[in-house]
Design a protein around this ligand. Structure first.
Ligand code: NAD
Length: 352
C-alpha cells in the first residue's frame, strides 16, 4: 500500500494551525510561554557557534518585504517565511504574518509546519526581554511603549514576566491603538498611562521600547529624549530604509545586536559607519562580553529578529506538541512503498 493507506507515522508532518497555537498558548499561559521561550532562546544563544548563520534573504517591494530566515544546529533545520508590510493594516491585513518549518537534518524530512504570526510576536518579545535582563538598569519597573500595534501587548507581558515591569507609558499616533492595548492588558495588573506624545511617554521610563511600523527613516526618539542610564529596546526598525531612532542616540549608546551582517543592513545601525563598534548579544549571554557596564550608560538592543530565535521557538513548540498533542497530521510527503517508484504510486492511486 502507498501513502496514506499504510502506517507511516515516521513520515507524518505535524501541522499547528492558528487555532491550535492559540489554544496551546492559553493552556500554558502567555507569561509562562514568554518565560519558557526566553529560556530556550537564551540557551541557544549560549551555543551560538553551533548554528549555521546567514543574513535573511529579503525580497523588497515598494510597500514591504518578504523574507526567508534559515538556520540549523546540525541536528535540526528551521526556516521562517515572514513579511513586513506597514500599509497592510489600512485594509484589514496584518503588518507581519509568518509560518515556519522544522526539519530533521539526517533525513531532510520536515517534522513540523506551523503558523508563526503569533509565535513571532512571542519570540520577539521574549528575545527583547531576555536582552533587557542583561542590559536594562537594575530594578527597572517603568517602560515607555511607543507603537501600540500587534506586537505591543506581547512586549509588555514579556517585560513583566522577565523583569517585573509594572508601569507602562503608551504612545501611538493612532489613539485607538493605545486604547486597545491598554484594554487588552487591563487584567494583567499593570499601571498604565496613555501619553499624548512620545516625549511624554519616555518621562520617567527606565526602559523605552519602540515598536512602530513605517517604511521610512522615522525619528520616533530624538537625542534629547533619552537620558543617562536608559535601556532602549528598538524593535520596529528592521529593514533597509526603515529605522526609528535619531543617529545621535546611537553614537551615545552601547549597542547590542543579534547577527551583525544582518543588523548592519536592517537595523538602526544602518545609519552608522560599517565599522562602528557593536557587541553581539550572544557574547554577553555566554559571558564573553560585558552587558551594561555603568548605571549611567545608555544601552540599545537593536533588534531585527534573527533565525536562531525562530529555531528556538520551533524546537520549543515541537516539545510542547509531544506533551499536548495539539496538532493535526499533514499529508505533505509522498511516500511510495518503493521510494523510487513515485510514478507507480500515481498509477495505483488512479486504479484505486
Ligand atoms: P502594527 O502595524 O500592528 O503596529 C504598528 C503601530 O505603530 C501602529 O499602531 C501605528 O499606528 C504605530 N505607529 C506608526 N508610526 C508611529 C509613530 N511615528 N509614532 C508612534 N506610533 C507609530 O505592526 P506590528 O506587528 O506591531 O510591528 C511593529 C514593528 O515591529 C514593525 O515595523 C515590524 O516590522 C517590527 N517587527 C520587528 C520584529 C523584530 O524581531 N525586531 C519582529 C516583529 C515585528
Amino acid at each position: 500500500m502507498d501513502g496514506k493507506l499504510m502506517d507511516r507515522k515516521l513520515n507524518v508532518v505535524r501541522f499547528v494551525s492558528v487555532d491550535s497555537m492559540m489554544k496551546l498558548v492559553l493552556q500554558i499561559g502567555v507569561e509562562q510561554v514568554l518565560a519558557d521561550l526566553a529560556a530556550r532562546i537564551e540557551a541557544d544563544f549560549r551555543r551560538w557557534p553551533c548554528f549555521d548563520k546567514t543574513a535573511r534573504v529579503a525580497s523588497h517591494s515598494p510597500d514591504g518585504v518578504i523574507e526567508l530566515m534559515p538556520t540549523s544546529d546540525g541536528g535540526q533545520y528551521a526556516f521562517k517565511y515572514v513579511n513586513g508590510h506597514p500599509k497592510n493594516t489600512r485594509d484589514g491585513r496584518q503588518t507581519v504574518t509568518a509560518f515556519g518549518v522544522l526539519a530533521d537534518v539526517e533525513t531532510g524530512y520536515p517534522l513540523l509546519l506551523t503558523e508563526m504570526t503569533i509565535l513571532t510576536a512571542l519570540r520577539t518579545a521574549a528575545t527583547s526581554a531576555m536582552a533587557a535582563r542583561h542590559l536594562a538598569p537594575a530594578g527597572a519597573d517603568t517602560m515607555a511603549l511607543i507603537g501600540n500595534g500587534a506586537q505591543s501587548e506581547f512586549q509588555a507581558l514579556a517585560f513583566k514576566a522577565l523583569l517585573g515591569v509594572r508601569k507602562l507609558r503608551l504612545f501611538d499616533i493612532d489613539a485607538s491603538a493605545s486604547a486597545r492595548c491598554a484594554r487588552n492588558l487591563q487584567r494583567y495588573g499593570f499601571e498604565i498611562e496613555i501619553c499624548p506624545s512620545a516625549e511624554a511617554a519616555v518621562m520617567g521610563a527606565e526602559i523605552i521600547t519602540t515598536v512602530t511600523a513605517d517604511k521610512a527613516n522615522a525619528t520616533i526618539l530624538t537625542d534629547n529624549m533619552v537620558g543617562a542610564g536608559v535601556h532602549i529596546n528598538a524593535v520596529g526598525g528592521d529593514c533597509p530604509g526603515k529605522t526609528e531612532l535619531h543617529a545621535d542616540i546611537l553614537r551615545r549608546a552601547g549597542i547590542f545586536v543579534e547577527y551583525p551582517p544582518q543588523t548592519r543592513i536592517e537595523g538602526e545601525i544602518q545609519q552608522l559607519a560599517a565599522d562602528h563598534p557593536v557587541t553581539e548579544l550572544w557574547q554577553v549571554v555566554a559571558g564573553h562580553a560585558v552587558g551594561r557596564c555603568d548605571p549611567r550608560q545608555i544601552t540599545l538592543f537593536d533588534s531585527v529578529g534573527f533565525a536562531i530565535e525562530d529555531f528556538s521557538a520551533l524546537s520549543w513548540l515541537a516539545g510542547e506538541l509531544d506533551r499536548s498533542g495539539m496538532f493535526a497530521e499533514l499529508d505533505l510527503l509522498a511516500d511510495p512503498d518503493d521510494p523510487r517508484d513515485l510514478f507507480g504510486m500515481l498509477l495505483r492511486a488512479e486504479a484505486a
